[in-house]
Design a protein around this ligand. Structure first.
Ligand code: HEM
Length: 201
């Protein structure tokens, strides 16, 4: 079990940290007229990144695929019980509880982005504004749950999950790792985001 194996390909990690930065940036710039163009650009970036992730969840590497973290409620319950009993089940990819939070973040990210687009383009009424703010606040709450979950699992598994989202490596059996980093797709993702920003700003 104490082998370092590659689990997260480069596009998944770049997606993660760019999504985290875009969401936090959009949240911090939400109230100010002065930062409005940046807020809107960050919102489009959130939508673009999640659109990429939806495709990568189908065609990406083993642990990036949605099929590798599609868990039913009973699996989530068993996993949470194992945490409470301090005998945590180890997953090489996303664990069942974390997976549900991840799906929630993806849905709320899309909802925040789509309602933000509607508000900015004066589509719909005031209630879109309420929905936009509500979705973003719920997302912030879920990010808190996500980060707390990552820290608790890291402690219980004695595995630095934050570092694994940076370098891509986790503990596992040699045959369980992915073989390719997918450098070209990662570089393409950076160029895609840069191209989006060059059009928006
Ligand atoms: C400093 C803050 C954060 C840390 C330390 C962190 C850490 C992590 C880690 C370690 C994972 C992998 C979990 C696992 O092993 O199963 C993960 C996954 C994920 N995180 Fe975060 N995260 C942070 C902030 C955020 C934010 C702000 C968002 C969304 C706005 C976010 C969205 C996600 C998503 C969508 C995934 C799934 C990645 C994928 O499969 O594409 N995270 N995060």
């Amino acid at each position: 079990m104490r082998n370092k194996i590659l689990v997260w390909d480069l596009p998944t990690r770049l997606f993660h940290w760019m999504l985290a930065a875009s969401f936090i940036g959009a949240f911090l710039t939400a109230e100010s007229e002065y930062w409005r163009a940046i807020h809107v650009a960050l919102g489009y970036t959130v939508i673009g990144l999640i659109a990429f992730r939806l495709i990568w969840g189908v065609v990406g590497t083993r642990y990036a695929r949605f099929s590798s973290f599609a868990f039913g409620p009973s699996k989530v319950l068993v996993y949470v019980k194992s945490l409470v009993n301090r005998t945590p089940q180890h997953y090489v990819g996303h664990n069942p509880a974390g997976s549900w939070v991840i799906y929630g973040l993806l849905v709320l990210g899309l909802l925040s982005g789509a309602t933000g687009y509607a508000v900015y383009n004066e589509i719909g009424g005031d209630w879109f504004e309420e929905l936009h703010e509500g979705a973003a606040n719920m997302m912030l709450g879920l990010v808190g749950v996500h980060v707390a979950g990552v820290l608790v699992s890291s402690l219980l598994h004695r595995e630095n999950l934050v570092r694994s989202m940076i370098d891509g490596y986790k503990w596992g059996e040699p045959g369980q790792g992915i073989r390719r980093m997918r450098w070209l797709v990662g570089i393409g993702l950076i160029f895609g985001v840069a191209a989006l920003w060059s059009k928006l700003i």
